[in-house]
Design a protein around this ligand. Structure first.
Ligand code: ADP
Ligand code: MG
Length: 722
C-alpha cells in the first residue's frame, strides 16, 4: 500500500508538463540525495545543448512564471539543521547524518578502482569520504585545509568509518546551520537542486501570494492562509512534524490540495458551461418509431432503465449537446437504452452513429439492434475497417446521402472520408477505450451543430474519479439488473486441480450447458498469449474428445472470428476457448460456466467483465478462477473480493482501496490528469468540498473563480479544454 502510494505520487508530481515533455517518471525515483558531486556528475553526463539556458530548462518543467515556480512544491526534505561530531556519528551506522570538519588528506587512489579519497577530521575523530565518479573541481573543493559540511550515510568501511558519495558543502567556521528543512524538488534534465532552489526562492519574493479565497470562506473551510502554507512547504521549520509533511496531511498541504482541486472543479464546470453555448439538434420527443420499439421488445424495461432513458430524453430535447456517461454494470441492459436513444434521433429525422472499440463488439450491437429495428423498417448501415472496398464505399454513400438512419461500426466511423448527412447523436460504447481525440472527431462530424453524445461504460468509475476526471460529464447509472438473472457462484481453485475443472466442464457440457474457457493474460507478449490459447485448445480437445470445442482470439480474421462466435451462439460449439477478446459485450445466454486461468494476472474490473459473460440466462452459473499459487497477500485479497461480491461498483471501490487510483487514470487522457498534489483516495472529502465551493463561486462570485483559475492553471487551462 505504502509503496503504491509512493509510486502514484511519483507519477503525480507534475504529469501535465513532465509526462508530456520529458517522459520522465523515472527521473523522480532515480533522483539521488542532493550531493553537489553527484549532481554535477549527472549534469555532465546528460547535459542538454549548451544553448539551453536556465530559463529554457525551467520551461521544460512548465516553470515559466513566478507563480508556477512557487507552486513547484518539494517532493521531500532533507534535514540539514542538525550537526553531529564524528565521534557521535560513529555510533549511527546506517543513518544519514551531517558532520563538519577540516580536510586532512585528499588523494586519488587507483585500487580497487579509481576514486577520490578524502579524510575529514573534527576535534573528536576522523572519517573517510569516498567518491567513485568525481571531477577535478571536486578535488579542489576538498583540498587539504578546507572546511566542509558533509551529509551522508555512516558506514563501517574496511579502513574504519566512512561515507560514500556524501553531499558536500564548503563552509566557513561560522556558517550557521539552516533553521528550516531543505526542500528537494522534482527536477529535470540539467536542473540542479541548487539552481531550482535559487529560482524558486527568488520567485517566492516576487509573487502576489494574497489569498484567492475571502477570509470568511477560508475560515469556514478551516484552511490555512495560502501565503503561510506555501512558505511553510518550501521551508518548513525543523521542529515540524515530519510525517505530516511526507504523508501530505499537514494543513499546509491540505490547503494546496484544496486549491488544486478547486481549480480543477472550476475549469471542468466552465468547460461544461462553454459546451452549453454550442448548438445541437433539438431531438424534441420520442415518436412513432420509439413507441413501436418499446412495444416490440420481448421484455419491459427495468425501472433503472426507464429512469436513465428519461434523463437521456430530456438531454436530447435540449438545444445544446448532451454529453452523458451511461454507466451500468455488465449485463444491466445498456444496449436497449442506446437503441431507444437512437430511435428518438431517427424519429426527428437525424442520423445516429454507434461506435464500439472492437469489431466483435460492434457486430454484437449490430446484430442485436438490427434484430429490433430492421423489422420496424429502420435503415441500418455497417461500417468497419475489414469491409471490402466496394462495401465500404456503398456504406459511405448511404451515410452521406442520409438513407442510413443508424450506422454501427468501429473507429472506421471516424475516418476522414466518412461524412454524415444529418448526424444528431453519437453513441460510444466502452468509452474508456477510446481516446478523447477520437471521440471529438466523431462529434465534429455533425454539420452545423454538434451532435449529442452518449458514452456507455461497464467499467464502474469510483465516485471520486467521476467527480474529478469526469466532472464535465453528466452521469446516468443503471443500478439494477434485469429480473431473472441468477447470481454467478465464484470459486477459487488452485492450478493443480485443473483435472477436476476439466471434469466439471465435461459434466456441464453433457447437461447441455455451454462453457467459456479464458486463457491467461500475458502482458509481455501477444504471441505468447496466442500460443497459450492454441495449446489450451489442443489440450482440452484431447482431454474431452466427445465435445465440440472452438477457439477464438484476437489474431483471427474478423470473418473467422464471427464464424466461431456465431457457432457458439447457436450452440454448435459447447466449449469456447478464448483470450480476453470476449471481455466485453459478448452475449450468449446459454453459457453458464466460465473458467479463467491464471486469474491472479487479471485486473479486477477485467475479471468482473469476463464473469459478466455468464449468468445471463436462467441456469445457475458459475465462474471458476484458477490461480497459480502461492498467492501474495494482495493477490489473495483481490481474488477474495471477486468471490465475495458480484457488484461491479463495490469491486471497483475495493480494488481502489487495495491498489490506489493509478489504474483508472488511463481512463482519461493525460491532458486531464492535472492533479499534482491531491490524492483521490486519501483526499476524497476534499474533492467533495472543492466541488461544492466551485459551484458556489461560479454562481455567486465568478471573479474569485477567475482569480483562482489564473493562479492555478495559467497557461494550462487551454490544454484542459482539449
Ligand atoms: P450491457 O449493459 O452489459 O451492455 P446488454 O445490453 O447486453 O447489457 O443486456 C444484457 C442482456 O439483457 C441482453 O440479452 C438484453 O437483451 C437483456 N435485457 C436488457 N434489458 C432487459 C430487461 N429490461 N429485461 C430483460 N432482459 C433485458
Ligand atoms: Mg454492452
Amino acid at each position: 500500500m505504502a509503496s503504491c502510494r509512493a509510486s502514484c505520487r511519483a507519477v503525480n508530481v507534475d504529469p501535465l508538463n513532465l509526462m508530456r515533455e520529458l517522459a520522465g517518471k523515472s527521473r523522480y525515483s532515480t533522483l539521488r540525495p542532493t550531493s553537489p558531486a553527484s549532481m554535477s556528475a549527472t549534469r555532465k553526463k546528460s547535459s542538454p545543448p549548451k544553448s539551453l539556458r536556465t530559463a529554457d530548462r525551467l520551461a521544460r518543467l512548465g516553470l515559466t512564471t513566478d507563480m508556477a515556480l512557487a507552486l513547484h512544491l518539494p517532493m521531500r526534505y532533507e534535514d540539514e539543521t542538525q550537526r553531529y561530531s564524528v565521534r557521535d556519528a560513529a555510533r549511527m551506522y546506517g543513518h544519514t547524518v551531517q558532520i563538519e570538519g577540516v580536510v586532512t588528506a585528499c588523494d586519488v587512489q587507483y585500487r580497487p578502482r579509481r576514486q577520490l579519497v578524502v579524510t575529514l577530521a573534527d576535534d573528536t575523530e576522523q572519517l573517510t569520504l569516498r567518491f567513485l565518479n568525481f571531477y577535478g573541481s571536486q578535488a579542489t573543493q576538498m583540498a587539504v585545509g578546507k572546511r566542509l559540511r558533509v551529509r551522508g550515510e555512516m558506514r563501517e568501511g574496511f579502513f574504519g568509518l566512512e561515507m560514500v558519495h556524501p553531499a558536500v558543502r564548503s563552509v566557513d567556521i561560522d556558517t550557521p546551520l539552516p533553521e528550516a528543512l531543505t526542500p528537494v524538488y522534482p527536477a529535470g534534465e540539467g536542473l540542479s537542486q541548487t539552481l531550482l532552489r535559487k529560482a524558486i526562492d527568488a520567485a517566492m519574493t516576487r509573487i502576489d501570494a494574497a489569498d484567492t479565497l475571502p477570509d470568511a470562506l477560508r475560515e469556514k473551510l478551516k484552511l490555512m492562509p495560502f501565503n503561510e502554507a506555501i512558505k511553510l512547504l518550501h521551508h518548513p521549520p525543523a521542529d515540524l512534524d515530519d510525517d505530516a509533511l511526507i504523508e501530505r496531511t499537514h494543513p499546509a498541504w491540505i490547503r494546496m490540495k484544496f486549491d488544486e482541486l478547486l481549480a480543477q472543479q472550476l475549469s471542468m464546470k466552465r468547460a461544461q458551461v462553454a459546451r452549453r453555448q454550442q448548438g445541437a439538434p433539438v431531438l424534441a420527443k420520442a415518436g412513432e418509431l420509439t413507441a413501436q420499439l418499446l412495444k416490440a421488445l420481448p421484455f419491459s424495461l427495468t425501472s433503472a432503465q426507464q429512469r436513465v432513458l428519461e434523463e437521456i430524453r430530456v438531454d436530447l430535447a435540449a438545444p445544446y449537446p448532451m454529453q452523458r456517461l451511461l454507466q451500468g454494470d455488465v449485463g444491466s441492459g445498456k444496449t436497449v437504452v442506446a437503441a431507444l436513444a437512437a430511435t428518438q434521433a431517427i424519429d426527428n429525422q437525424f442520423q445516429t452513429a454507434l461506435m464500439a472499440p472492437t469489431e466483435i463488439l460492434a457486430e454484437q450491437h449490430f446484430r442485436k439492434i438490427a434484430s429490433w429495428l430492421a423489422p420496424l423498417g429502420v435503415n441500418i448501415a455497417w461500417l468497419t475497417g475489414s469491409l471490402k472496398k466496394r462495401e465500404k464505399e456503398e456504406a459511405r454513400a448511404r451515410i452521406e446521402e442520409g438513407s442510413a438512419q443508424l450506422v454501427v461500426g468501429t473507429h472506421a466511423l471516424i475516418q476522414q472520408d466518412v461524412a454524415f448527412a444529418r448526424l444528431g447523436l453519437v453513441i460510444v460504447d466502452e468509452q474508456h477505450r477510446f481516446g478523447v481525440a477520437q471521440r471529438l472527431t466523431l462529434r465534429n462530424k455533425g454539420m452545423d451543430s454538434v451532435p449529442h453524445q452518449l458514452m456507455m461504460s461497464a467499467t464502474p468509475i469510483p465516485r471520486t474519479l467521476a467527480m474529478t476526471y469526469f466532472a464535465d460529464l453528466e452521469v446516468s447509472v443503471i443500478d439494477e439488473l434485469p429480473p431473472g438473472r441468477t447470481p454467478v457462484i465464484t470459486r477459487l481453485i488452485a492450478q493443480e486441480r485443473r483435472d477436476e475443472v476439466i471434469e466439471r466442464v465435461h459434466v456441464a457440457a453433457k447437461e447441455g450447458r455451454q462453457i467459456y474457457w479464458v486463457c491467461p493474460l500475458i502482458e509481455e507478449s501477444e504471441a505468447l498469449q496466442l500460443q497459450t490459447a492454441t495449446d489450451t485448445h489442443v489440450m482440452l480437445t484431447a482431454a474431452l474428445p466427445d465435445l465440440r470445442i472452438g477457439l477464438v482470439h484476437g489474431r483471427l480474421k474478423p470473418a473467422e472470428k464471427q464464424q466461431v462466435m456465431e457457432a457458439f451462439a447457436r450452440g454448435e460449439l459447447q466449449v469456447l476457448v478464448a483470450t480476453t477478446v470476449i471481455e466485453v459485450g459478448v452475449d450468449v445466454p446459454n453459457a453458464s460456466l466460465m473458467v479463467i486461468e491464471h486469474a491472479e494476472r487479471f485486473g479486477l474490473s477485467q475479471l468482473h467483465q469476463l464473469r459478466g459473460r455468464v449468468g445471463r440466462g436462467t441456469d445457475a452459473s458459475a465462474c471458476l478462477l484458477m490461480y497459480q499459487g502461492p498467492l501474495g497477500l494482495v493477490a489473495k485479497q483481490r481474488l477474495g473480493i471477486m468471490r465475495e461480491t458480484a457488484d461491479g461498483f463495490e469491486i471497483a471501490r475495493r480494488d481502489l482501496e487495495i491498489r490506489g487510483p493509478g489504474e483508472f487514470l488511463g481512463a482519461r487522457q493525460s491532458g486531464q490528469a492535472m492533479l499534482r498534489f491531491a490524492d483521490l483516495e486519501q483526499d476524497q472529502w476534499l474533492v467533495e468540498q472543492a466541488r461544492d465551493v466551485a459551484h458556489n463561486l461560479l454562481t455567486h462570485a465568478p471573479e474569485i473563480a477567475d482569480a483562482h483559475l489564473a493562479r492555478w492553471l495559467g497557461a494550462k487551462e487551454d490544454y484542459l479544454r482539449v
